[in-house]
Design a protein. Structure first.
Length: 253
């Protein structure tokens, strides 16, 4: 059952659920506003990458999260909250094997199943974040894409509305962990538990160059920790590519 505070609207076609929920947020839309669509004509991912899929083949949705008392250094973790919620909601349908690639992808092995895109609409103390996500339900992408779908994984077609309800329920529970220190530590540990990036040799493209290192965990603030030739680095944001697995290791926190 969907939590009562969600206000969900379904569209046959829309330009972008994120764009429209962000516009609604600026016009005063309440926490829990959700748009989902069968088709997006101008859907986009991180770094404005374009993703187009046949109508009805993916679950494409955006949710408005208002956390007015959330500390600034935890706002970034809302992306992880939604990615974690997707993985856990899949578990509710007995679908295992999904993991999170830092900072915003859900993978099965090295194949992309879902992506998450968060956009800050209002900064603290009025923190409002629009979080969009796209999940490949029956469409695994063009042949050149390193992607998969739930149908490829399971041989069955999930009801998108039921999957959305399961994700929204998980988001409602997981976002509450952001609000106090004990919950934050629990959330960070759970994120580490689903993060496939840990134990990988990676390259992170930054605004001023690139950084290569061994991913060892998440910092106390929830940022990625890399062991590099120059020492341990905390990576706040960047575009990441897995090079090879070297086995998971403790972050030594």
């Amino acid at each position: 059952m969907r939590p009562h505070n969600y206000k969900v609207s379904h569209f046959g076609e829309i330009d972008s659920t994120n764009t429209q929920v962000a516009a609604a947020a600026r016009a005063g839309a309440p926490d829990g506003t959700v748009y989902w669509a069968d088709f997006q004509s101008a859907g986009r991912g991180r770094l404005d990458r374009v993703w187009e899929a046949p109508p009805g083949s993916c679950l494409m949705a955006s949710v408005l999260i208002r956390e007015p008392l959330l500390a600034l250094d935890r706002v970034h973790a809302i992306t992880g909250v939604v990615a974690l919620s997707i993985i856990e909601a899949l578990g509710d349908f007995d679908i295992a094997g999904a993991a999170m690639k830092w900072p915003n992808d859900v993978l099965v092995g090295e194949n992309k199943l879902a992506g998450v895109l968060a956009e800050l609409v209002d900064a603290p103390p009025r923190a409002a974040v629009v979080v969009g996500f796209g999940i490949n339900v029956t469409y695994g992408g063009p042949p050149e894409a390193q992607a998969t779908s739930l149908a490829i994984m399971t041989g069955r077609t999930l009801d998108r509305a039921a999957l959305l309800d399961a994700i929204l329920n998980r988001v409602a529970m997981n976002r509450a962990l952001l609000r106090d220190d004990a919950g934050w530590q629990t959330l960070r540990e759970r994120l580490e538990g689903v993060l496939s990036t840990i134990g990988q040799e990676v390259v992170v493209e930054l605004s001023d160059g690139s950084l290569t290192g061994h991913a060892v965990g998440l910092s106390e603030k929830g940022y990625l920790l890399l062991d590099t030739e120059q020492g341990r680095r905390e990576v706040v944001t960047g575009d990441l590519r897995h090079l090879r697995s070297t086995g998971r290791t403790d972050s030594g926190k």
